[in-house]
Design a protein around this ligand. Sequence first.
Ligand code: VAH
Length: 314
Amino acid sequence: KILLTGALGQIGSELTMKLRDIYGDTNVIATDIRDNGSDVVKSGPFEILDVTDAKGMFHIAKKYDVDTVVHLAALLSATAEAKPLLAWNLNMGGLVNALEVARELNTQFFTPSSIGAFGPMTPKDLTPQDTIQRPTTMYGVNKVAGELLCDYYYHKFGVDTRGLRFPGLISYVAPPGGGTTDYAVEIYYEALKNGKYTSYIDKNTYMDMMYMPDALNAIVDLMEADPAALSHRNSFNVTAMSFEPEQIAAEIRKHIPNFRIDYNVDPVRQTIADSWPNSIDCTSAKEEWGFKAEYDLEKMTVDMLDKLKVKLGV
Ligand code: VAH
């Protein structure tokens, strides 16, 4: 039985449904701060949970006798930069509460890290698995501290913690909230609705990205991997592609020939993006648990446009 926090978020809204397909609807307990009446709420057990409520989280985990905790509830990079103290309290408070539940109930544990865990001093091209991590954003501070805390719970208490440093995730179900890479999701919606997109990230800004189906498979593959094969735990570099706005625009133009992109750079999110790698190296993930991504920019664009045409009714 799996407990998810942040089950209504960008990852959670799809991961919950995938895990219910694999392990059975009643074995996946979705929680979030509110009830939005979606499939996640309707297709299996759902509970309202504020992850800063340690007792509330323990009560739910105990009630359902969970053996796995998947902790997704967090503020993303741009929101965290706008509200750093709230981000610290929610991102770190929620994480330590979830780790304590995992320790007390002896569950397996997953939480995502991010390419945001790297900073300006980190090698920018093919960023290694093990390298300097001095991020300059509150989100990055949260992610590095989170990685170290998860490794601590593994070494100190034997909690089976595992994590992935995700790139920007692109999906058509629930849009990301408050991220820096969100432009790469918004651009598909705008291309279909208005035939143009004004990007808040400047041209030539390369960032790692991944299509959500690959991200969900990576989580399941990592959690089912043989622990004896893991020499890393928190957290593995994973990515599928690295591109800059002009490249995704060109790919969209293969399907919407008149699509235009222009720029109105947001200095806050541009500064965040400039502090992150251009591309990261995933050798450890490939070697230790067989990570592979199926979608590149071309294949993702075909699927995103097909699915959004249906969703938007255009
Ligand atoms: C963000 N989508 O933009 C998240 C993610 C690597 C990007 O951490 O904050």
